[in-house]
Design a protein around this ligand. Structure first.
Ligand code: SF4
Length: 361
């Protein structure tokens, strides 16, 4: 591939098409790290709101380290994949604790690590995120290979090897290593990721005209997938694992006078989904969601995670007295906002609140 030509074309496209995003206006490692963690599994538009909220509340990594884990989880509410928030908080504490030993940074200055190895060692940071932070914040020559980059490279190279297999990963890393612009890693990583996100998309279709975008692509001259008419079939993934079905029956017990209702919740401790989040009384069953005797209202929500398909039923039960169940605590219904809960639980609450007769739930 003629790399000089490729860079020139790609960078011109970037200049004309890039989105103005707040984390692109900074070289502060903390802010870039925060944006990268938020954007894992989250769309840019939704992530932006959370990014601003976090920065406003915790402007530095030292501020984030001082926060309590529950505070961080609450601020994260609605984004899902809560292990990201827990790792964020854990990493912030780790950074602050190790800073004095490094003997170079005082509080108030940026404590965020400055080498790839230190960044990669943070909880919740994999190769992609470490490469993105090292290149965006410090312009270091590390690739940042996200799904968009895999797609563009698979097409440029006409590579049908599954990019998520171990041999495929090695091959793609070699391709990207050969392609990386070592004099401008920040620009290269930003441009190729944006090109994949906005132009060389999975459908390859212009959203306005419905035409294939390849004909007008600025790098089609160096694209083997275009030349061989295979671009639309790429990239290739390895076959997906079969999903495990789980049936989660939640009981929302309510007791007390209207306006002073109490309910039962507990914190999930097991190494499982939603670890450390709070939830209502749970009974997991093997065969399906269960009917509950005496229930007045329920909502069913199905949700697919990477390896599991969750079938949930949230049933509301008004009772004289809350049952005593080991591990559960009685809390005022009005205080639920103080407890970090999964996005699915919040969705169920929203749906129940919208149902006549269930206020003030
Ligand atoms: S020619 Fe098509 S497949 Fe190739 S890089 Fe351009 S948009 Fe992507």
């Amino acid at each position: 591939m003629n790399l000089a030509y490729f860079y020139r074309q790609l960078y011109q496209w970037w200049e004309h098409n890039k989105r103005e995003l707040p984390w692109r206006e900074t070289e502060d490692g903390y802010r870039i790290w925060l944006s990268e963690i938020i954007l894992q599994q989250t769309r840019v538009q939704q992530g932006m709101e959370y990014y601003h909220r976090f920065i406003e509340r915790w402007p530095t990594v030292a501020d984030l380290a001082k926060a309590g884990e529950q505070e961080v989880l609450r601020e994260w509410q609605g984004l899902g994949y809560y292990s990201r928030a827990r790792n964020l908080h854990k990493a912030a504490r780790q950074i602050v604790e190790s800073a004095p030993r490094q003997g170079t940074k005082a509080e108030g200055q940026s404590l965020f690590p400055r080498t790839f190895e230190e960044i990669r060692a943070l909880p919740g940071v994999g190769d992609y995120t470490a490469g993105a932070i090292a290149s965006f914040a410090y312009n270091m020559p590390y690739p940042a290979i996200d799904g968009n980059v895999y797609r563009v490279v698979a097409r440029l190279k006409d590579c049908a090897e599954p990019f998520d297999s171990s041999s495929g990963k090695k091959l793609f890393h070699r391709y990207i290593d050969e392609m990386l612009d070592r004099t401008n890693p920040r620009l290269f990583n930003s441009a190729i990721m944006e090109f994949g996100a906005l132009y060389c998309t999975p459908s390859l279709t212009d959203s306005e005209t419905g035409a294939c975008v390849c004909e007008r692509c600025v790098i089609k001259e160096v694209c083997k997938g275009y030349a061989h008419h295979t671009a639309g079939l790429l990239p290739v993934r390895k076959p997906r694992p079969t999903l495990r079905d789980r049936y989660l029956n939640y009981r929302i017990y309510l007791s007390g006078e209207k306006g002073e209702l109490h309910t039962l919740i507990h914190q999930r401790k097991e190494k499982d989904i939603w670890q450390h989040l709070w939830e209502f009384v749970l009974e997991e069953s093997e065969q399906g969601v269960l009917p509950v005797k005496g229930q007045t209202r329920f909502v069913d929500i199905n949700h697919v995670l990477s390896h599991q398909r969750l079938h949930t039923r949230f049933s509301v039960l008004y009772v004289e007295q809350l049952p005593s169940i080991e591990g559960y605590r009685a809390v005022p219904l009005a205080s639920l906002d103080e407890y970090g809960m999964s996005r699915l639980t919040l969705k169920a609450l929203d749906q129940l609140r919208a149902t006549a007769g269930l206020r003030p739930l």
